[in-house]
Design a binder for this molecule. Structure first.
Ligand SMILES: [Zn+2]
Length: 476
């Protein structure tokens, strides 16, 4: 048997503009219900929407980052349907002329590259939210009405849950890099619907497309896809094709459940939105936005490997979050040790950030401090285990490494003159050991080093101590 999974995605991304798509209401998340609404975002009769320029700019940014062709004008359409959280009775979206079309995103799966085509990206408004109370009453919060969204639609080019996972991670990373959304799935800033069906290539039949909705995390999207794959294959074994329907993932039962039969586009009776003026887009505007795009994750990865001679593994960790990548490069303004910086960031720093659930924005020390710490290590002023203690204090209290070292008197003793005085003192206190050494018992050297370390609280440079001791013990 040969089965092929076909997955296409519809991803809704809430744009992080300050105001809504057609009015000046705030988009801030988590405010008292129905405090951020006006006649325009509720679509009350007589109100007139005006399109937010930032939404167009952000939509174009996303389109360019995903290699799309940008339209030459923006016009909106009405998608007519009745739903309790859509007071207008229609959603203002783009149907006939999406802002961006025909793009792609390259993904890398086990060393081989694959192009996932982006069919379109359009801009639209979000709907309100229904909340069910204990008595199963429906409460409606319209704060989210009119929050700007982009909808990213892919071709059915994803063929496995593994590819799905890589695609979603890459897409999220790009959206975060271009800073058009915070991509918080838990707050609904990034929502993904999956269309899936399976082709039985031997018998040349395929199952009907099923739409999976309400997937509130990548993990659930992947589990739902895996569940559907086996459900569809089971159907195909009996030459059944299932039905075209919308299903949801039930987290507690670990399975998908049918919600409703899937609507066709025809049901929505789309027509051009008459109340919103078309906006013409010229080449200059688009090229200005293109110039404003930051370095994207893939380019950053190649540059980091090349410029800093780091492993692909290290670089992938560093670039996963743009802010971490920036912190890495900032630190290199204060030290030349790229590999050391990468090790400290991917090791101690990320571990402590994860453990304490702190975001890098709220970290207590600066890139300059990490650079300074690394210089102390490479100059031989402190050893690695001391450095780890200092780093902990930097992380917990935000103290400067210089201050911690002075405070604790941690600096390694490297001065030859000072070391000679210490060695001399120890030798005179341990004349017996010196005599034993002279009788050929080399082992006592270890004892003498131990005494020196004890006297200096471990701060004597061990390499220098060995040399000085060897030289002085025979003369003592
Ligand atoms: Zn409003």
């Amino acid at each position: 048997m040969s089965y092929k999974t076909l997955i296409g995605l519809e991803i809704h991304v809430e744009l992080n503009t300050n105001t809504k798509i057609f009015c000046g209401c705030s988009t801030e998340f988590g405010k008292e219900p129905n405090t951020q609404v006006c006649p325009v975002c509720l679509g009350l009769p007589g109100s007139l929407p005006i399109i937010n320029e930032k939404v167009i700019e952000y939509g174009i940014k996303a389109g360019l980052a995903l290699n799309c062709k940008i339209a030459n004008k923006v016009n909106m359409d009405r998608k007519n349907y009745f739903y309790q959280d859509l007071v207008k009775g229609f959603q203002t979206t783009q149907y006939y002329n999406p802002l961006c079309e025909n793009g792609y995103l390259n993904i890398e799966n086990e060393g081989s590259n694959k192009k996932i085509r982006i069919k379109r990206i359009h801009i639209e408004e979000d709907t309100g939210k229904s909340i069910y109370d204990k008595e199963r009453n429906i409460l409606l919060d319209y704060n989210r009405c009119g929050v700007p969204l982009i909808e990213i639609v892919t071709e059915p080019d994803i063929n496995s849950s593994k590819e799905l996972s890589i695609f979603l991670e890459n897409l999220k990373q790009i959206i975060e890099y271009i800073e058009v959304s915070d991509c918080k799935m838990e707050e609904g800033s990034l929502r993904c619907d999956v269309n899936i069906n399976i082709v039985d290539e031997n018998n040349n039949i395929k199952t009907e497309i099923v739409e999976l909705k309400n997937l509130n995390s990548f993990k659930n999207a992947i589990r739902a896809v895996e569940y559907e794959e086996s459900r569809h294959i089971e159907l195909l074994k009996y030459k059944k094709i299932g039905s075209k329907e919308t299903r949801r993932w039930d987290e507690s039962e670990n399975k998908t459940l049918a919600m409703r039969s899937k609507e066709d586009a025809l049901d929505y009776r789309y027509f051009p939105e008459p109340d919103i003026v078309n906006v013409l887009l010229n080449e200059d505007m688009i090229s200005d936005i293109e110039k404003s795009l930051p370095e994207l994750p893939h380019d950053k990865k190649i540059r980091f490997i090349d410029k800093y001679e780091l492993s692909e593994y290290d670089v992938e960790i560093l670039i996963a979050d743009k802010k971490i990548a920036n912190f890495f490069e900032e630190t290199l303004n204060y030290t030349k040790e790229a590999k050391q910086v990468a090790n400290w960031i991917t090791g101690d720093m990320l571990r402590r950030l994860n453990d304490s659930k702190i975001k890098i924005d709220n970290i207590k020390f600066e890139s300059k401090d990490l650079g300074e710490l690394i210089n102390y290590i490479s100059n031989g002023d402190i050893n690695n285990s001391t450095a780890k203690d200092i780093f902990r204090r930097m992380f917990e209290q935000g103290e400067r490494p210089k201050v911690i070292i002075e405070d604790l008197g941690l600096k390694q003793i490297n001065d030859d003159k000072e070391l000679r005085l210490i060695v001399k003192e120890i030798l005179s206190q341990n004349q017996d050991a010196v005599n034993e050494y002279k009788q050929g018992k080399d082992k006592v050297l270890g004892f003498l080093v131990g005494q020196i370390m004890k006297a200096t609280k471990g701060k004597a440079n061990p390499k220098k101590i060995n040399n000085i001791l060897l030289e002085m013990v025979s003369k003592a």
